[in-house]
Design a protein around this ligand. Structure first.
Ligand SMILES: [Fe+2]
Length: 352
């Protein structure tokens, strides 16, 4: 490996590590072979040096002709996998009692901001990524990204989106203090176990407070992500507007991601069923405005998706009513099925 100044780069040299631009987003991925065009772009960015696998005899390789979608997907997956590593290290450092080092998380949240601005189509990508191992890390990333996306749909300024990103990353950090036999128990928790589990937002709040580097909004958002408008939540049983807005936003993102994931104790649910679940609770336990903005926001991703129906047919979502985001119109074998009207047919799966 060699570190070279931009003017010493030659076509054919291969990047040894990801190249992150000055805004914190992935510009070129590790393993990219440099071309004359890419070297010119690197020179424009005025970086001090670039790490490459030195191979001065290598020939210039043709620029890969990938679609914008493929490039965005690759960039997304790179950023996602990198953030998984960062968040695993974060949880491990809390578990071992070390202070939080926020440098990597700052960079990760900066990349998340770029992702949600550049490509709102991250929701279907998140749905394909779900895996059951290391659930807490993936869940933290997903809740962070979804919370920021909801914030964007609510037209919040970037500084708020950044804080929402931190709240999502840290919302379950208190689970580090919950014994693993409770956290990973496949059966229902007994009363005593459940009372410990319900303390995880308080544990998280205390961890974040002790580190004294994050804003109070982030701390309160993490503390209140299980509070519910009707007072049915925990740990404090708060009601209505005493719940911090970040807590209300993260609550919606948390429910959405948790229900969309396979867990040891239950299988994931179809996206429209999850949307209906959130809609049903939007007037009692969740915030009605935030829920509505969220449902309208995610519904746009399902137009054009193929769906499997409970009668075995496969159809395509062709329209979603703005006021009824959970009840699309589907074209199946030449027949238009309007789910906003009563029907025995249901959507069991979004195929993609
Ligand atoms: Fe939680």
């Amino acid at each position: 490996m060699a570190y070279l100044k931009a003017e010493d780069l030659k076509p054919g040299m291969v990047l040894k590590s990801d190249f992150i631009n000055e805004r914190g987003s992935l510009f070129l991925a590790e393993g990219t072979a440099l071309t004359t065009h890419l070297i010119e772009r690197i020179k424009e960015l005025k970086v001090p040096y670039v790490s490459v696998v030195k191979d001065s005899d290598a020939k210039e390789v043709p620029h890969p002709h990938k679609t914008t979608y493929e490039i965005k997907t690759e960039n997304f997956l790179k950023a996602y996998n990198n953030s998984n590593r960062v968040i695993r290290e974060l949880f491990e450092s809390v578990q071992s009692g070390r202070r939080l080092d926020l440098d990597d998380i700052r960079e990760t949240v900066g990349i998340f901001i770029e992702l949600i601005h550049d490509d709102e189509n991250i929701v279907p990508k998140l749905q394909r990524i779900h895996m059951s191992d290391e659930y807490t890390y993936y869940h933290s990333i997903n809740v962070s990204l979804m919370s920021m996306l909801i914030g964007k749909w609510l037209k919040m300024p970037v500084r708020e989106l950044r804080k929402l990103g931190y709240t999502g990353v840290f919302h379950d950090i208190g689970k580090c203090k919950v014994p693993p036999e409770i956290l990973n128990k496949p059966d229902n928790l007994n009363e005593k176990e459940w009372s410990i589990m319900k303390q995880h937002p308080v544990y998280g709040y205390n961890i974040l407070k002790k580190n004294n580097v994050l804003s109070k909004d982030v701390l309160l958002g993490a503390l209140m992500h299980h509070e519910r408008k009707d007072g049915s939540g925990y740990p404090l049983g708060l009601k209505g507007n005493t719940i911090h807005t970040y807590g209300k936003i993260v609550a919606v993102a948390d429910i959405f991601d948790a229900m969309m994931s396979d867990r040891v104790y239950r299988k994931k649910r179809p996206p429209l069923q999850v949307a209906e679940y959130i809609e049903d609770r939007s007037f009692d336990s969740l915030d009605p405005y935030i829920s509505r903005v969220f449902l309208q926001g995610i519904s746009q991703f399902y137009v054009g998706n193929m769906v499997r129906l409970n009668d075995g047919r496969v159809g395509k979502v062709v329209y979603i009513y703005p006021h009824q985001p959970t009840k699309p119109v589907v074209l199946a074998e030449g027949e238009f099925l309007d789910f906003s009207k009563k029907s025995d047919v249901t959507i069991v799966e979004i195929i993609g």
